[in-house]
Ligand binder design. Structure first.
Ligand code: APR
Length: 234
């Protein structure tokens, strides 16, 4: 059990590993997305300018996979934690799926965007809910302004979302828990080091992350099997 006091403020960061048991592939694991796709062809502004149809094929595939996925006990444990701690929990996910919300989490900050939202690549129209798939022969979606509709995802080389809120919550937390993330992608990979010396940093995941030295505790195993027990004591 994780020793957490009633006054603690908890920051939880989740990564692809928390959705692995729900059937959503990770990025860098066995059969991970980046083993089968080239980032520069499907997940960068350059890729979008060069071949938006290929980019939409990739995200349409991911929408189909995520649409069939269901939350696992790790998502449920975090939703229950939110019910208990209310605003003493800050849940930040690098994942673009909606499994935290499906599990009942109300306040989820998606630092890398959301798979089932799209936006215009030209005008300032707000991102909107979009479950459609756009692979051939479907037409590429176009905005009324004439711009092209793109996935509301933070691509490599783009600014992640909600960083002000995230760093305020990091500065306020007394316990930092990272779950199922390899610790190689910034800025999330530096969150644990950011709270060092001020907050307890705990890692939960299938294997040691690249930034393991930033954590005071590492619990190795599957999130769906471990998180309910580890969080059970609140
Ligand atoms: N339970 C817990 N951890 C798991 C499980 C599981 N069932 N299965 C795999 N893991 C761990 C792996 O050991 C690995 O350390 O999850 C981690 C997944 O790492 P990545 O695939 O690198 O995913 P993530 O860290 O979330 O990637 C960060 O990179 O590609 C970008 O924007 C994308 O948000 C993503 C970011």
């Amino acid at each position: 059990m994780l020793a957490i006091s009633p006054v603690d403020r908890i920051f939880v960061l989740t990564g692809a590993g928390v959705s692995a048991e729900s059937g959503i592939p990770t990025f860098r694991g066995v059969n991970g997305l980046w083993r089968n796709y080239r980032i520069e062809e499907v997940a960068s502004p350059h890729a979008w300018r060069r071949d938006p149809r290929l980019v939409w094929e990739f995200y349409s595939m991911r929408r189909r996979v995520a649409a069939d996925a269901k939350p696992n006990p790790a998502h449920v444990a975090l939703a229950k934690l939110e019910q208990r701690l209310r605003d003493r929990l800050f849940l930040c996910t690098q994942n673009v799926d909606d499994l935290h919300e499906q599990a009942g989490s109300k306040r989820v900050v998606h630092v890398h965007g959301e798979l089932f939202r799209s936006r215009c690549d030209t005008c300032s129209r707000a991102p909107f809910h979009d479950t459609n798939t756009y692979d051939p022969p479907a037409e590429l979606p176009q905005c009324d302004c004439g711009g092209w509709i793109r996935p509301h995802i933070c691509w490599f080389g783009e600014m992640p979302f909600e960083l002000d809120r995230i760093f305020r919550a990091l500065d306020a937390c007394t316990v930092f828990i990272a779950v199922g993330t390899s610790g190689v992608v910034e800025p999330a990979a530096s969150f644990a080091a950011h709270v060092r010396g001020r907050a307890k940093a705990i890692y939960v995941g299938a294997e040691e992350p690249a930034n393991a030295s930033a954590f005071t505790e590492c619990h190795l195993g599957k999130a769906g099997e471990m998180l309910p027990d580890l969080l059970g004591s609140f």
